[in-house]
Design a protein around this ligand. Structure first.
Ligand code: SF4
Length: 187
């Protein structure tokens, strides 16, 4: 490349300028070093289904240790696409209220005997056996032989039941001869 005097002066000036400018720049190795932003809280996100009604909205629970930080609608869920109604938004209160464990949350089965005002703590085994015994006795004592059914029992489904559980519940109800079937969402 041929340079005339003018070009030579221009190149020299810009070269010196660049060198001067670079000398004021901080060390690029320092700039390129990764900076650390330690997380103070190791939060965990878990997807779940709202427990309140049969719409079955999807939610994401953000938790830290034993506490729930927040619950959001799951934007990837096809039913609610990120939205939650007020009940769904208040889901965390099942677990805690104002950051403290909910004192009213039931963690063990409670039983209130007929005509009693007191609740007694029972085991799950006792509960399941007692319920099964009473369902069987009620059915046998109130069986309509002509119609092949009983009018003494009714079945109430819940919003938390999934498809398979609903299928099994409906099967069991029909096998027992129960004809009054309802669901919490219709009440
Ligand atoms: S209670 Fe609200 S958030 Fe929960 S499933 Fe029903 S509509 Fe969705």
């Amino acid at each position: 490349m041929e340079l005339n005097r003018r070009d030579f002066l221009k190149l020299s000036t810009s070269g010196v300028g660049a060198a001067v400018a670079l000398s004021f720049l901080p060390d690029v190795t320092v700039l390129a070093a990764p900076r650390e932003f330690p997380l103070k809280k190791k939060v965990k996100e878990t997807s779940t289904i709202c427990c309140y009604c049969s719409v079955g909205c999807g939610a994401i629970v953000t938790a830290y240790e034993d506490g729930i930080i927040k619950i959001d609608g799951d934007p990837d869920h096809p039913i609610n696409e990120g939205a939650l109604c007020p009940k769904g938004q208040a889901m965390s209160q099942i677990h805690q209220v104002d950051g403290m464990p909910n004192p009213y949350r039931l963690t063990k089965p409670l039983y209130r005997a007929p005509n009693s005002g007191d609740w007694e703590e029972k085991t799950w085994d006792w509960m399941i056996e007692t319920i099964a015994r009473r369902v069987k006795d009620t059915r046998d004592n109130n069986w309509n032989n002509l119609a092949g059914r009983t009018d003494a029992l009714a079945s109430l489904g819940g919003g938390e039941l999934d498809n398979e559980e609903c299928y099994l519940l409906a099967k069991m109800d029909r096998a027992l001869g129960v004809v009054y079937l309802e669901h919490c969402a219709r009440l």
